[in-house]
Design a protein around this ligand. Structure first.
Ligand code: 3PG
Length: 307
């Protein structure tokens, strides 16, 4: 009998685990659960005899893939798959997939939620500002970016986007203004919401020069990955632009320096929580389980991300 492991350092909501369990067991497979593990060895032990793994931001590197001798498929229940060593997966003949779009609304709601929180001075009672009429620039117009655009329009914001991989027509069709360069986006918008993946081209790509183009009252919102930020450049913009604020769904590496010097100008979630809603957990977890069943039953590789 095929065995499916759910390995989540940051567990899904219980209802999502039960939904995954039903899909897996009703298809005739066995489900194993490894949650809140504290050592890599626990993961290495748990993967020994499994045919499929469902993960979140859990690291599936060459060592894990070598230990998982029966593994055929790993599904990242979420969008970003920078936590899977894709080349090692391919060399072990393992199919890697993601579940695009399934948790996007949750991430977008957090982006806008953090913006309101900062605009209202962390709800401390002091007079703040409104989002209405302000310009927001969506850096990468994928699934999350689209939800951010929809919600931002609801707030009455002017919405702009830059994405070299999405046509101007497709962006315009959503009532969003497509800009031709990343520099134009940063020059135009007081708020920038990041939705780029973390890869060799994007890591450390958001630094001082780009951020310094932003108009007065600049707010950078990062629900993407901390790796895309050039943290030295981030400190420089905090230092030279007293108007600059940074909201991030996960603490930056230089958090203590920012906390010590720039009180009131940042907010960081203690753990990545953009996708941490029961709805997102259910959507992504169920999609992952269904993709595994479809792969085992009919060889479906629709959401494969490795070559
Ligand atoms: C994603 O890439 O889907 C999000 O960053 C969510 O990650 P998480 O499942 O670890 O919360």
């Amino acid at each position: 009998m095929k065995k499916v492991l759910v390995a989540t350092d940051k567990p899904f909501a219980a209802s999502a685990v039960e939904a995954i369990r039903s899909i897996v067991t009703e298809s005739g497979y066995e489900l194993a659960l490894l949650e809140k593990y504290t050592t890599k060895q626990q993961l290495l032990d748990a993967v020994q005899d499994v045919n499929a793994i469902i993960i979140r931001s859990d690291i599936i590197d060459a060592e894990v893939l070598a230990a998982a001798k029966q593994l055929e498929i790993v599904v990242r229940a979420g969008a970003g798959y920078d936590n899977i060593d894709l080349a090692a997966a391919t060399s072990h003949n393992v199919v890697a997939m993601n579940t695009p779009g399934q948790n996007s609304n949750a991430v977008a709601e957090l982006a806008l939620g953090m913006m309101v929180y900062m605009a209202r001075n962390a709800f401390n009672g002091a007079s703040g500002t409104e989002l209405r009429g302000k310009k927001i620039g969506i850096h990468a117009y994928g699934n999350v970016g689209k939800y951010v655009a929809t919600i931002a329009k609801g707030f009455g914001m002017e919405v702009y986007a830059f994405d070299p991989f999405v046509s101007e027509e497709a962006i315009k069709a959503d009532g969003v203004t497509a800009l031709k360069s990343v520099e134009d986006l940063y020059k135009t918008c007081q708020y920038i919401s990041l939705h780029i993946p973390a890869n060799d081209k994007t890591k450390k790509s958001i630094g001082f020069d780009l951020l310094n183009l932003m108009p007065k009252g600049a707010v950078l919102v990062n629900t993407a990955r901390k790796e895309v930020i050039d943290e030295e450049g981030l400190i420089k913009i905090f230092e030279l632009r007293p108007d600059f604020k940074y909201l991030s769904d996960i603490e930056p590496g230089n958090k203590s320096e920012i906390e010590a010097k720039y009180a009131g100008r940042y907010f960081f979630t203690p753990k990545k929580m953009g996708a941490q809603t029961s709805e997102a957990n259910n959507n992504a977890g169920v999609a992952a389980a269904r993709q595994i069943v479809a792969f085992f039953k009919s060889g479906d590789i629709t959401y494969k991300v490795n070559k």
